[in-house]
Write a protein of this length. Sequence first.
Length: 279
Amino acid sequence: MPGSSRFAREDRASKRHLSCSPTINAQDVRSLIDTYFLRGIAVTAEKNMRIYYRKAPVVIFGLLFPLFMFVAFFIGRELEIDLFFPAFLAMTLFFTSSSVGPLITPWEKQARTFERLLSYPLTVGTLILGDMAAGMLFGAGISVLVLLLGVAFVGIGISSVVLFLVALLLGAICFASMGVLLAAPASSSPSNIMMLSSLIRFPLIFISGIFIPLGELEGLRLAVSYASPLTYLVDAMNHAAGGPTSMHVAVDIVVLIVVSAIFLIAATAIQKRSLTKGL
């Protein structure tokens, strides 16, 4: 029949078209997903850098507080700055990296812009990593600037530049992840989250070998210091500067990596559970 022959010709033509069309394999799909994932992280981090780096809580807790602690500790005391500088550099990295993350999510929820983020094709993991990247870059940048000032004006020396860069990167990731974790609970009040972060961060600087070297601690105080991730960053910085250390550098690096992963996993899980709360 004429109609049947026409349908047969159309069927053969469609088969030839399909055979000539390009195929999409699993590798192409994974590459496309990875591209969108990395771009989402970069865009989120850039947004956070533009908005939150100049916010008052970030400037106060991330820049001014470490400076005041450093000045208050050294004024009127004859201390060897070479001995304490790695620990104070670790404290600077700790506060700067963890100051951005706690502000982002509650500020977005208070400003009613968090709903717009949820409408974008971004996963919770992408948002978490974007927030973490913003804190990491802020902390690493300020810490490198402090180190350069110390080298130029105080004569601070670094025994291993590679180890210092590794410790700096891992410390920035670790404490930026901690900042994101502190912002994960459902709240639209930045002041509540900043108060919570202060209650957690302030005690850590007194038990992590910053003001009192780990070699002078013993008993319960030493055991408590090992529970602080900041202790391992201080020890790694001392390794890089050739100062007194208490642990093998491999232990410091492994602990910082493991703690960073725990912070990110916990932040993602809590954020998923409380995603729409506080809106």
